[in-house]
Design a protein. Sequence first.
Length: 149
Amino acid sequence: MKEYTVEDVKNVLRPRLGDDVPLLLFRILRIIGMRSILGESSGATLYMMGKRVGNMLPASTMEQFVDTILELKIGIPHITTVDEDHINVKLYECITCAGFSYTGEMFCDMESGIIAGLLENVLGKKAKSTQTKSWTAGYEYCEFEVFLY
Ligand SMILES: [Zn+2]
């Protein structure tokens, strides 16, 4: 199986439909499709996928980190550096959960992985991100605690 890069998938030739897709389609694929195929392993798999994707995207400053998340419309990130090994990322308007009703479980694993992967590029350290808040857990934003090592 071939491995494709971000460059490979960049060219979109859709004169009538353009390069946007409805967020509804993304959520159907992401929340219904992937979870039903991957089952209990979906969280870990989506995190690893997100991390890999984050590592493939160019970002070498915190400003570029924020710009990339905004440009891909993953959400609106607000960063707080807790200390040199700990960064808190609040994600407003999260692509996956913003507006979702309370379910008691959190599933923004892919977003968590993308954030960790991008921060690895920016900071040159390994990163592990854990989701701590979500619309599905009763908050109006998503939150990730990222530890660097
Ligand atoms: Zn979310």
